[in-house]
Every structure is written in structure tokens, then in C-alpha cells.
Design a protein around this ligand. Structure first.
Ligand SMILES: N[C@@H](CCC(=O)N[C@@H](CS)C(=O)NCC(=O)O)C(=O)O
Length: 220
């Protein structure tokens, strides 16, 4: 039981989900958790700000240690609980290198997604240009093709090799996000889809599948 841990999270957030998957993989169930609703701007609350002055989620606390970056939190969990649950950083140097590489590429992937999907939200009305949106959409398509190529090489394995690692915990939620809002992308990116469909019933993923995250796709 992880009673000395607290996770502040929001549905619809890949960074939050990767921390939850990692906690499950490390058998750290029973942590304190509180859901915040982005649409009600609850992430701007004093409670979140106390743990993350950027007012972003996730915010994670273990004892008096605060980790409000999802990658920092999952690396910390694996490091602190090495011999508990599943081992999430492989030992072979080639697999370890691949794990760090794919995991951190998740940042770029998410950035490209946000730049294209939230264009209307991020760019003031008077500054919007069809050409700029098109460029962002093309950049996102290139990114998706890149990941589909990666997944072709992965075949029946995992992001970094033969076993599930932090790279899978980090990237699976982004794939899920893509396929929820773009079901037709499964046909366009079949290797990503094969990986996604193979992992979606994994116990740590099923146990943490976000509740209302996907209830309002029209909002996108
Ligand atoms: N680098 C952070 C990013 C966290 C992040 O972007 N969280 C989003 C939800 S997915 C958020 O809280 N957005 C609200 C805001 O930025 O105001 C991490 O990986 O933990």
C-alpha cells in the first residue's frame, strides 16, 4: 500500500496516465489521489498550485518529496522501488538507451499534437493563418508516420525491447489519445494500432483507464 503517496490528476491527460500506469506496474496501489476537472479550471486551484506552481497536472508527492513532472515521477518511482513489481528500466545498454530515447521523444510527440490540435485555442483569432495550421498538421502527420515506423520495428515486442518499460508507460497514453480522437488513424497507422491493441488490456493499463476522459470527443 502506498499511503504516503498522493497523486493529483486530471482525466484526458497523458502525463497523468503514465504516472498511474507506473504506480500499478510497481504494485503501488492504494495511494491517495484526487481528480481535478480541467474544464472547470480546477487545475488552477490553490491545492494544485501548492504542489505545482505552473498549475499543471500531474502533481505527485511521496512523503515530503514533490514531483510535478510526469517523467521525473516515473523515473523516481522505478529508482525507489527497483525490486518491487515489474522492472521498468532494462539492463542491456541497447535497450536502456532505446527506453530513454523513446520515452523522451514523447515530449516532442505531445508538443506536435498540441500545436496542431489546439491551434484554435493557442493562437489568437487575428493571428490565425490557414497556412500555419496546415504546417502544424503536416508536422503532426510526419510525427505519426515516424511512430508507425518505430512500431513496425517493434513487432510483437515493446518500445525498448522484450519487456514492458517506462517507455511503454510513457507513450501508450499518447497513442490512446490519438486513437480516441481519431479512430480512423488506426487504419492510417496500422503498426501503432497493432501495438495499442496489444497493450490496451494489460492489467496496469486497464486498471487506470481514464474515466470521463473520452466522454466528450465533440469538444475537440
Ligand atoms: N511536462 C509536464 C506537462 C504536464 C501538462 O502539460 N499537463 C497538462 C494536462 S495534460 C495541464 O495540466 N494543462 C493545464 C495547463 O497547462 O494550464 C508533465 O509531463 O508532467
Amino acid at each position: 500500500m502506498a499511503k504516503d503517496m498522493t497523486l493529483l490528476w486530471g482525466a484526458g491527460s497523458s502525463p497523468c496516465w503514465r504516472v498511474m500506469i507506473t504506480l500499478e506496474e510497481k504494485n503501488l496501489q492504494g495511494y491517495n489521489q484526487k481528480r481535478f476537472y480541467f474544464e472547470k479550471m480546477e487545475h488552477k486551484s490553490a491545492e494544485v498550485m501548492a504542489m505545482n506552481p505552473r498549475s499543471q497536472l500531474p502533481a505527485f508527492k511521496h512523503g515530503d518529496k514533490i514531483l510535478n513532472e510526469s517523467y521525473a515521477a516515473i523515473l523516481y518511482l522505478e529508482d525507489q522501488f527497483k525490486s518491487q513489481g515489474n522492472k521498468l528500466i532494462p539492463d542491456p545498454p541497447a535497450e536502456k538507451a532505446m527506453m530513454y530515447q523513446r520515452m523522451m521523444e514523447g515530449n516532442t510527440f505531445q508538443q506536435k499534437l498540441a500545436e496542431a490540435l489546439y491551434y484554435n485555442y493557442l493562437v489568437p483569432e487575428g493571428e490565425m493563418h490557414d497556412s500555419a495550421l496546415k504546417r502544424r498538421q503536416e508536422a503532426l502527420t510526419a510525427e505519426l508516420k515516424l511512430w508507425d515506423g518505430y512500431m513496425k520495428k517493434v513487432g510483437d515486442g515493446y518500445m525498448a525491447g522484450k519487456s514492458f518499460s517506462l517507455a511503454d508507460a510513457a507513450i501508450f497514453p499518447i497513442f490512446a489519445y490519438v486513437f480516441y480522437y481519431c479512430p480512423q488513424c488506426e487504419a492510417r497507422y496500422p503498426n501503432m494500432a497493432a501495438y495499442y491493441n496489444r497493450l490496451k488490456d494489460r492489467p496496469s493499463i486497464k486498471a487506470t483507464w481514464p474515466p470521463a476522459r473520452f466522454e466528450n470527443p465533440e469538444g475537440m
